[in-house]
Design a protein around this ligand. Structure first.
Ligand SMILES: *[C@@H]1O[C@H](CO)[C@@H](O)[C@H](O)[C@H]1NC(C)=O
Ligand SMILES: *[C@@H]1O[C@H](CO)[C@@H](O)[C@H](O)[C@H]1NC(C)=O
Ligand SMILES: *[C@@H]1O[C@H](CO)[C@@H](O)[C@H](O)[C@H]1NC(C)=O
Length: 286
């Protein structure tokens, strides 16, 4: 079979699988391999009781040491109360692919005002610094401390540079609630959405709106922090936890410079520190 045939076969298999499983209104089931950057934020104290019940919201990995999510998801907690989990598509499961990290520090955008009524719509973006890189072993005794192929199934996503026209069609990935029962669905879901200009959408430079392509079913039921991807780059994050036909998203190209600035400096210093430790050991051994 040619490469093309294999692609067609793959899509056919995925299609048949999705049709054989029970339909979920708010989207199709997505496997972790198809959204390798996707992460979830958990409240540690609840997670310790039952895996999955500490789920707070969806996040996206933007480099080996940082993730972004909605500021409103994490603003009421200390970093030490939270955990981030990558590498699994089922929020109630902790198999060997799960990559779990503590959160060391949270950066909130300067425009974000947690006490303001419009906090969801202004600077609702937080950059979370992981305690250690996803490429570094959390075990003190591991011989392999750092490897570029460690947790290769988890990969960061780039943030979009350009603002798109309305009616552009993009992909949305998130954990969410069933729109009728309001119960949390354990699977990661994905759906195609179209960017829309509408009266319901605020006239804001930093927010955009989107809806589903073929119907007006709600897209946002407990989808806070969900990832809006256009052409394989991260274009937006879901900014409200409501259940509406029109979803509001933080426009990430608008915040890109700030995001890169707060997520860059720390990486360099850790790598430098690591290098200095290695050189010191080398000198001692000589
Ligand atoms: C998710 O994981 C839990 C715990 O392992 C399991 O009971 C449940 O069936 C899984 N759900 C799906 C949809 O695979
Ligand atoms: C944040 O919002 C509150 C309530 O609207 C307001 O009183 C306060 O001045 C705002 N803070 C800043 C720094 O803008
Ligand atoms: C957006 O629309 C303008 C005018 O309608 C067009 O010139 C431009 O090429 C479009 N941009 C993209 C990225 O489609």
């Amino acid at each position: 079979m040619t490469r093309m045939d294999l692609q067609i076969l793959k899509f056919f298999l995925i299609f048949s699988y999705l049709h054989s499983t029970k339909g979920i209104q708010s989207g199709d089931i997505v496997l972790q391999n198809d959204a390798r950057f996707i992460a979830s934020i958990r409240l540690r104290s609840l997670e310790q009781q039952t895996i999955g019940i500490g789920f707070l919201c969806t996040a996206s990995l933007i480099n080996d040491r940082h993730a972004i999510t909605a500021a409103t998801c994490v603003t009421n907690f200390f970093a030490s109360q939270l955990q981030i989990i990558l590498g699994v598509e089922n929020i109630s499961s902790r198999n060997s692919r799960a990559v779990i990290r503590d959160i060391q520090r949270m950066h909130f955008h300067p425009n974000f005002n947690r006490t303001s009524e419009s906090s969801e719509l202004n600077g609702n973006v937080a950059v979370l610094q992981l305690s250690i890189s996803i490429r570094q072993s959390p075990s003190r005794w591991s011989i392999l401390q750092y490897s570029s192929i460690m947790n290769f199934h988890v990969q960061p996503i780039k943030i979009s540079d350009f603002i798109l026209n309305s009616s552009s069609i993009c992909q949305f990935f998130s954990w969410s609630n069933d729109p009728t029962s309001c119960k949390r669905i354990p699977d990661l879901l994905g759906t195609s959405l179209a960017i829309v200009k509408s009266d319901e959408c605020l006239n804001s430079d930093s927010i955009f709106c989107a809806h589903r392509l073929n119907d007006l079913n709600p897209i946002l039921c407990g989808n806070l922090g969900g990832a809006f991807l256009c052409g394989n780059t991260l274009y937006g994050i879901a900014t409200r936890n409501v259940c509406n036909e029109i979803g509001h998203f933080v426009l990430l190209p608008y915040y890109k410079q700030w995001i890169l600035a707060v997520s860059k400096s720390n990486i360099l210093t850790t790598q430098n520190a690591y290098g200095i430790v290695l050189i010191s050991i080398a000198i001692l051994l000589l």
